[in-house]
Design a protein around this ligand. Structure first.
Ligand SMILES: Cc1cc2nc3c(=O)[nH]c(=O)nc-3n(C[C@H](O)[C@H](O)[C@H](O)COP(=O)(O)OP(=O)(O)OC[C@H]3O[C@@H](n4cnc5c(N)ncnc54)[C@H](O)[C@@H]3O)c2cc1C
Length: 312
C-alpha cells in the first residue's frame, strides 16, 4: 500500500476503510470497491490525513456520489468522503443587497437552498433539486432551471495534497456549463467550503415565496424524473440548442436494457439501475446511447457523469 507509515495514521480521528464497496456511496448503487476510503472527523483531521499520506497516492474526493460511476474493477486509490465532516453552514453577513452564506463542501446542496430561503434570500432555490453536496456542485458547476452554482459563489476554500488551505476567487477558475477548471492548472486541489452571495428577495414575504418556489421545483422533478430507481441524474450534457434526452428518445432508445441497467422510460437522459445492474451494464448503455445518437445525428453527446476506476 502506497500510504505513509501506520504511526502517522494512528493519530488521525477519522474512519479509514479498506476495500470499501462504492455501491454504498454512489446513487447508482452499483460498481466496484475503493482500495481505501477516508471519512475525516473534521477539517483539521482532513489536513492531517493529507499530510500523512504519500504525495503519489491517488486521491478522489467524493460527496454524495450522485454524479459518479465506479467501474466494477474498483478504484486503486484513496477516496475521501466529505459529507460526514465538512457540514457546517452559517450566515456570514446580511448586506444591503444580499446575504452571505458559508457552507462546507459536505453540506447537501438542498440544505443551502432551504437555508437561503429561511433567511429571506432568493436565487438559490435551484440547489434544492440537486441531490449532491456543495463540493460536488462546485466541481460540476451544477445547475438547473436557469441557475448555476458558480453564479452565487463569492469565494471558495480549497485544500491541496499537503493539507494546505487556500482561499480562491471565482476568477481563478474557468467556469462553464457543467465544467470548472482551475486557470493556473492546479489539478491537485479540492473544495472544502464556499461562500455564497444570494440576493435578498424583493418582497416582504421573500422567505415564503422562496419556499414555494422550492416546492414547485421539486414537484416538477418528481413528475419528470425516475426518482424511485437508483440513477445519477442526467447522463449527458445537453448539446448546444438541443436536449440530450430528445436525441436519445428519437433514436428509440427509451426502455433499452443491458443487464440490470435501463434507459429510463420516464426521462431518456437518465439511466436507472433496475436492481442488479453492474457498472459495466451502465457504461455499456452510455456507450450505446452515445454511438446511436452519433450515427443518427452526427452529434457526439458529452458525458456529464464522471466515471472512475478499472474494468473488472
Ligand atoms: C436525481 C438526480 C437529479 C440530478 N439533477 C441535477 C441537476 O438538475 N443539475 C445538475 O447539475 N446535476 C444534477 N444531478 C447530478 C449531481 O447531483 C450533481 O452533479 C451534484 O452536484 C454532484 O454532487 P455530489 O456530492 O453527489 O458529487 P459526487 O458525485 O460525489 O462527485 C461528482 C464529481 O465531483 C467531484 N467532487 C466531489 N466533491 C468534491 C470536492 N469537495 N472537491 C473537488 N471535487 C469534488 C468528484 O470527484 C466527482 O468528479 C442529479 C443527480 C441525480 C441523482
Amino acid at each position: 500500500m502506497n500510504m505513509a507509515d501506520a504511526t502517522n495514521l494512528q493519530s488521525l480521528r477519522g474512519a479509514l476503510r479498506l476495500n470499501e464497496p462504492m455501491s454504498k456511496h454512489v446513487s447508482w448503487r452499483a460498481g466496484g470497491v475503493a482500495a481505501r476510503t477516508y471519512a475525516p472527523a473534521d477539517l483539521d483531521d482532513l489536513c492531517a490525513f493529507l499530510r500523512s499520506i504519500s504525495r503519489t497516492e491517488g486521491l478522489y474526493f467524493v460527496g454524495l456520489g450522485s454524479n459518479l460511476l465506479v467501474r466494477d474493477g474498483g478504484v486503486r486509490a484513496t477516496v475521501v468522503f466529505t459529507h460526514w465532516a465538512l457540514r457546517q453552514i452559517t450566515l456570514l453577513s446580511t448586506g444591503e443587497s444580499n446575504i452571505e452564506i458559508h457552507a462546507g463542501a459536505g453540506v447537501a446542496s438542498p440544505k443551502v437552498a432551504r437555508f437561503a430561503a429561511l433567511h429571506g434570500a432568493q436565487g438559490a432555490e435551484f440547489l434544492a433539486g440537486i441531490p449532491g453536496t456543495i463540493g460536488g456542485a462546485l466541481a460540476m458547476n451544477a445547475g438547473c432551471y436557469g441557475g448555476e452554482t458558480w453564479e452565487l459563489v463569492s469565494s471558495v476554500t480549497t485544500i491541496d495534497r499537503a493539507g494546505g488551505l487556500h482561499q480562491r476567487a471565482p476568477n481563478e477558475f474557468h467556469i462553464g456549463y457543467r465544467s470548472v477548471k482551475s486557470i493556473s492548472g492546479l489539478a491537485d486541489e479540492w473544495f472544502v467550503s464556499a461562500n455564497f452571495k444570494v440576493p435578498h428577495g424583493d418582497a416582504d414575504n421573500a422567505s415564503e415565496k422562496s419556499r414555494n418556489k422550492i416546492k414547485q421545483l421539486l414537484s416538477k422533478r418528481i413528475a419528470s424524473q425516475p426518482l424511485q430507481q437508483p440513477n445519477a441524474g442526467s447522463v449527458f450534457r445537453n448539446p448546444l440548442n438541443d436536449h440530450a434526452a430528445r436525441l436519445i428518445e428519437v433514436c428509440g432508445l427509451k426502455g433499452t436494457r443491458i443487464g440490470g441497467a435501463e434507459i429510463s422510460l420516464k426521462h431518456a437522459n437518465f439511466i436507472v439501475n433496475t436492481g442488479d445492474a453492474t457498472a459495466a451494464d451502465i457504461e455499456s448503455l452510455i456507450d450505446l446511447a452515445q454511438n446511436t445518437v452519433r450515427e443518427k445525428f452526427g452529434i457526439t453527446l458529452e458525458r456529464e457523469v464522471r466515471i472512475i476506476g478499472e474494468h473488472a
